[in-house]
Design a protein around this ligand. Structure first.
Ligand code: SAH
Ligand code: DHB
Ligand code: MG
Length: 224
């Protein structure tokens, strides 16, 4: 399987070159990540642009992201949401949160994006307790073992007809191995299965190959 990785990377590079123009703000995120030795586990440029297209397709005004890292995917969405929109993003690492805030300031979007530092489960509890205005789109991309609980909380925080997207639901195929002892694989497997069993969810999932290997994302519409 991985013998095709070279071709996937070439095709990803071609599509990215033709279709994606990363602006100076997105480039800054990558440079700042490199300088500070952050892991390169952000979405690919093509996926980042897909997130921004979803934001525009539904004219989202409020987005919630679980898992910020340096804010690469956050910025893709925030740049499409407009000045009156809001992106709330949750990050457990103090260092990553600080770097992300620097990056949002560089982009001039510090008023559009709120970084909530701390374990996402706690931040989600707080958002639920605050009775916060519901979100149009929620992007789940943190520690995959907790995906089932993030999904449950997302259902509380999403508006009727809102969209829930999750990254990394295929994990090199591990999602379909019921015997996998990997907690992340179990997390995405239980998450996908919970979506399938929920009559209020219309969901699908797409496998992807590219510069980040073999993975995939799910997308769901929630009827409340
Ligand atoms: N969405 C980002 C990538 C996120 S990587 C992008 O595409 O640009 C996953 C992030 O989730 C990491 O920064 C990690 O620190 C964070 N994370 C892991 N466990 C978490 C938790 N329990 N609560 C909040 N964030 C968590
Ligand atoms: C990891 C997390 C991600 O969100 C991703 O896209 C790739 C890898 C990780 O934690 O290893
Ligand atoms: Mg991811």
């Amino acid at each position: 399987m991985e013998t095709n990785l070279k071709q996937w990377i070439e095709v990803d590079a071609f599509l990215t070159k033709q279709l994606v123009n990363e602006d100076a703000n997105l480039e800054y995120v990558k440079q700042n990540s490199m300088i500070n030795d952050l892991p390169s586990i952000e979405v690919s440029p093509l996926q980042g642009k897909l997130l921004s297209i979803f934001v525009r397709m539904i004219q989202a005004k409020r987005v919630l992201e679980i898992g910020t890292l340096a804010g690469y995917s956050t910025l893709w969405m925030a740049e499409s949401i407009g000045r009156t929109g809001k992106v709330v993003t949750l990050e457990v690492s103090k260092m990553y949160s600080e770097i992300a805030r620097q990056n949002f300031k560089f982009a001039g979007l510090e008023d559009v994006i709120d970084v909530l530092e701390g374990p996402a489960i706690e931040s989600l509890e707080n958002l639920c307790a605050m009775n916060i205005e519901p979100f149009d789109l929620i992007f789940i991309d943190a520690d995959k073992k907790n995906n089932p609980i993030y999904f449950e909380r997302a259902l509380k925080l999403i508006r009727d007809g809102g969209i829930v997207i999750a990254d990394n639901v295929v994990r090199n195929g591990e999602v379909c191995d019921p015997l996998s002892d990997d907690l992340s694989a179990q997390g995405v497997r239980d998450f996908v299965s919970a979506m399938g069993k929920n009559s209020k969810i219309t969901a699908t999932a797409i496998q992807t190959v590219g510069s980040k290997g073999w993975d995939g994302f799910s997308i769901a519409i929630v009827s409340k």
